[in-house]
Ligand binder design. Structure first.
Ligand SMILES: Cc1ncc(COP(=O)(O)OP(=O)(O)O)c(N)n1
Ligand SMILES: Cc1nc(C(=O)O)sc1CCOP(=O)(O)O
Ligand SMILES: [Mg+2]
Length: 210
């Protein structure tokens, strides 16, 4: 799978979806043109995430869009996802490859050049770099205002891997993230909490592809 082509990346959160279900939001975001979807519903049980994951698998397969799972390699295998996104405290890339196969997409979070080089050496397919700006969607201890676009540039310069910026990004502030060297942006609330997720996804796409 060519992760360099991923420009707009949706991360799910039913708790931040204005009363809509994750499949409803994902369906609208796919209509708006997101390139990849990550199932990350931390507030729900494993069983609920599995049921949601099966629905997302069908929706994304119909749209020809890859589906990844946050953190859980077992859940990714259970719903036949295309891969996983692993944080610094999650299982290693090699374990994901062993469990999901060589063709699985494995993304890794990196907020420094050192973490980025280590992830590249471990065989990651892309990096999630953030939080770029301040975000209410996740408790990012330390950098409450975000790491900024200069750090995105430093990480992008340190590796050959595609870099996906994440954290506090929307259609209004995505352009500097791309200008800093990111190949794409991942958003949560900019789409999930939007009044119209389809329009929000389309607006993000327009900004990033301009
Ligand atoms: C695209 C993308 N980038 C970074 C993250 C953050 O992952 P992680 O560090 O594992 O933190 P949690 O999402 O698990 O809180 C991501 N999910 N997606
Ligand atoms: C899931 C996640 N990971 C981050 C990181 O910095 O690794 S920031 C984040 C939340 C992104 O949500 P929003 O688009 O609403 O700011
Ligand atoms: Mg994680």
């Amino acid at each position: 799978m060519n992760t360099t082509e991923w420009q707009t990346y949706l991360v799910t959160a039913e708790s931040r979806s204005a009363g809509r279900t994750t499949p409803e939001v994902v369906g609208a975001a796919l209509d708006g043109g997101v390139d990849v979807v990550q199932l990350r519903d931390k507030a729900t049980s494993a069983r609920e995430r599995y049921e949601t994951g099966l629905q997302l698998r069908e929706l994304t397969a119909d749209a020809g869009v890859p589906l990844l799972v946050n953190d859980r390699i077992d859940l990714a295998a259970a719903i036949d996802a295309d891969g996983v996104h692993l944080g610094q405290s999650d299982l290693p890339v090699a374990v994901a490859r062993e469990q999901l196969g060589e063709d699985a997409v494995v993304g890794v979070s990196a907020s420094t050049a050192e973490q980025a080089r280590a992830a590249e050496a471990a065989g990651a397919d892309y990096l999630g770099v953030g939080a770029v700006y301040g975000t209410d969607s996740k408790d990012v201890s330390g950098d409450r205002d975000g790491i900024g676009t200069e750090r995105v540039a430093a990480v992008a310069d340190a590796v050959e891997l595609p870099v996906i910026g994440i954290g506090g990004i929307d259609a209004n502030n995505a352009a500097p993230v791309i200008e800093a060297g990111a190949t794409g942006v991942a958003v949560l609330s900019a789409i999930t909490a939007a009044e119209d997720p389809e329009t929000a996804a389309a607006a993000l796409r327009e900004t990033v592809t301009e």
